[in-house]
Design a protein around this ligand. Structure first.
Ligand code: SF4
Ligand code: SF4
Length: 307
């Protein structure tokens, strides 16, 4: 069925004479087929290999915007910092030591393009280019990076996701012009904002309700922060901000020398709800719509569980 739909779409592009788009679709599908084949062979040769669909490496808590409902919880940081570059590099090394393949590896913030060391990070990631398929960066269209960063992005074949927040994404057009000039692939996804990954302070939430929120959560993306791999950015930033009590069931510590690939595989497949989910609104597409990128003047107050 999927193949028929794809063929119909390709035929439309052919009839419209849009050959550039047609060739890029064909190329993309060939690459995806190649990836599926590669993963199939990898799994056949080693059924125990660790393959992750997505990992986001958090490189900064700073952002040019302060969105009231940021799903990365940046609205709660009163003194946001860039993550130390040496730590980012160490975490990438630890990650690559523990996994065999990642479909999409992303650098994420905050505003990633605020980080001056992006060329250094990308150059380091290149060492592992056989271990991932896509390398992506997310930005909010508020910054045009330096020539050095643009060249490094081109060289690393980075794929950029630009969030368009209307007049708040003030540099979006300039950014797109630079990406075209440097032949950097980008896309501008259009998404409604929903009340997802928001802090819920209801301590009386029943365990059935928390389990339901987790079971319905389609989150399929791991976040890497401070040497720990989390299931999602809410758990990563929630832990860092101390929004919930310390609990090792919220992450897997890659810095722990006893952790093996087998542990990562089991951690991926486990069905138990991470305790931090108690404080999260979830990620269901049925959650209510909220205004996009509504701004706050200063960091929002919250209850810290420990010093
Ligand atoms: S621009 Fe993105 S990362 Fe920055 S505060 Fe808004 S939602 Fe969060
Ligand atoms: S429900 Fe749990 S896994 Fe899903 S986004 Fe919230 S904290 Fe993450």
């Amino acid at each position: 069925m999927k193949i028929i739909t794809k063929l119909k779409k390709a035929l439309k592009l052919f009839r419209a004479g849009d050959f550039q788009m047609l060739f890029s679709r064909v190329y993309e599908n060939i690459m995806l087929l190649k990836l599926q084949l590669k993963l199939h062979i990898k799994r056949s040769l080693n059924p125990n290999c660790v393959i992750l669909s997505a990992v986001e490496v958090i490189i900064t808590e700073k952002c040019t915007l302060k969105c009231k409902n940021c799903a990365n919880l940046l609205q709660y940081y009163s003194h946001p910092q860039h993550i130390n570059i040496q730590q980012v590099i160490r975490d990438i090394d630890l990650l690559m030591e523990h996994v065999d393949f990642i479909h999409t590896l992303s650098l994420i913030g905050g505003e990633t393009l605020m980080v001056k060391e992006i060329p250094e990070i990308l150059s380091h990631i290149q060492k592992y280019k056989k271990k991932y398929f896509y390398l992506s960066i997310t930005t909010s269209g508020t910054i045009v990076p330096s020539e050095q960063t643009l060249s490094a992005m081109r060289k690393a074949n980075v794929f950029v996701s630009i969030s368009d927040y209307g007049d708040k994404s003030a540099k979006l057009n300039m950014l797109v012009a630079e990406f075209k000039k440097y032949k950097i692939t980008y896309f501008i996804p259009k998404k409604d904002w929903r009340y997802i990954q928001q802090v819920v302070n209801d301590q009386n939430r029943k365990i059935e309700e928390i389990n339901r929120v987790f079971q319905e959560c389609p989150t399929n993306c791991n976040s890497l922060l401070n040497g720990k791999l989390y299931l999602c950015p809410f758990l990563a930033h929630g832990d860092s901000l101390k929004i919930f009590p310390v609990d090792r069931r919220n992450y897997i510590a890659l810095t722990d020398k006893s952790i093996t690939k087998e542990d990562i595989r089991e951690w991926q497949l486990r069905e138990n709800t991470p305790p931090g989910c108690r404080y999260c609104s979830g990620n269901s597409p049925d959650l209510p719509l909220i205004p996009t990128a509504e701004q706050v003047a200063q960091a929002l107050p919250y209850h810290k569980f420990h010093a």
